[in-house]
Design a protein around this ligand. Structure first.
Ligand code: TMP
Ligand code: ASP
Length: 244
């Protein structure tokens, strides 16, 4: 697929225009960053693996009635997507305490939450993507009250679908980050990617707290075998049909 103009380059992906103004081409990179890009590296084959994993998970969600930006995947590390205006929000859903939730609340790693927690972070690298309260979110006019309600509902439904799917893969979905955008008709679409870069995934066959990690925490915390962990996620995800 011939790419047009580069319109945006992020830490893990590049966006290009296409001949259709309503369609963009996403190129998934092998580059990896963590801690607001203070740590940089590369994960061999990550672009292709994350593109394939995201493709499968977007197809799963579409089959369950969730509107996403995904159109098709013309090559191994490229995805054609509907052009959307991304809301400057990172919507995080947590089932089990890990990462910043543990650091900021003192909850022990692995604590099972009584109900899924939905959090909103301000997508702003210069500010370090801070956690938002609903009042701050409205103060900054990052989304309307109706949109926040829609995001909350969609995030919980997506969590249910993805948790059930990963369960079939023998993987626990600990937490994950979503991004949403508005299309030309102002419809809210799930955008960005869903991959081991944006989820915490624990192998159910391994109780060792280091060995079980199948996601970017292996890169963040220098746990080793990053490529092998991503490949294992890819193989297990592709082995499960998107139909129940
Ligand atoms: P956190 O525990 O560091 O707040 O991360 C929560 C989830 O969000 C975890 O699955 C990793 C994902 N995430 C991203 O996808 N991008 C980010 O920039 C950060 C900080 C987290
Ligand atoms: N993606 C973010 C970054 O590079 C943070 C992370 O995933 O840990 O900065």
């Amino acid at each position: 697929m011939s790419a047009g103009q580069k319109i945006y380059e992020g830490k893990a992906k590049i966006l290009y225009t296409t001949e259709d103004p309503n369609v963009l081409l996403t190129h998934f990179k092998d580059d990896a960053t963590a801690f607001n890009a203070q740590k940089r590296g590369s994960i061999v084959g990550k672009g292709q693996m994350n593109c394939a994993i995201s493709t499968h998970l977007f197809q799963l969600l579409e089959a369950e009635g969730i509107a996403t930006h995904w159109l098709d995947s013309p090559s191994a590390n490229e995805m054609r997507v509907r052009a959307v205006k991304i809301l400057p929000l990172e919507v995080v859903v947590r089932n089990i305490a890990a990462g910043s939730l543990c650091q900021q609340t003192g909850l022990a790693l692995g604590t099972i939450l009584k109900q899924p927690l939905v959090e909103f972070y301000y997508k702003n690298d210069a500010l370090g993507d801070p956690l938002l309260t609903h009042d701050r979110l409205f103060l900054l006019e990052l989304a309307t009250p109706v949109q926040v309600e829609q995001l909350q509902t969609a995030a919980l439904r997506i969590n249910q679908i993805l948790s059930d799917f990963f369960e079939r893969c023998g993987i626990t979905l600990v937490d994950f980050k979503l991004e949403f955008g508005l299309d030309a008709q102002n419809h809210l679409l799930l955008a960005d990617e869903i991959s081991p870069d944006t989820c915490r995934l624990w192998n159910q066959a391994d109780s060792d707290p280091t060995q079980r990690v199948m996601d970017k925490d292996r890169f963040r915390h220098d746990l080793g075998n990053v490529e092998a962990a991503y490949r294992q996620v890819l193989e297990r995800v592709l082995a499960q049909s998107v139909q129940k």
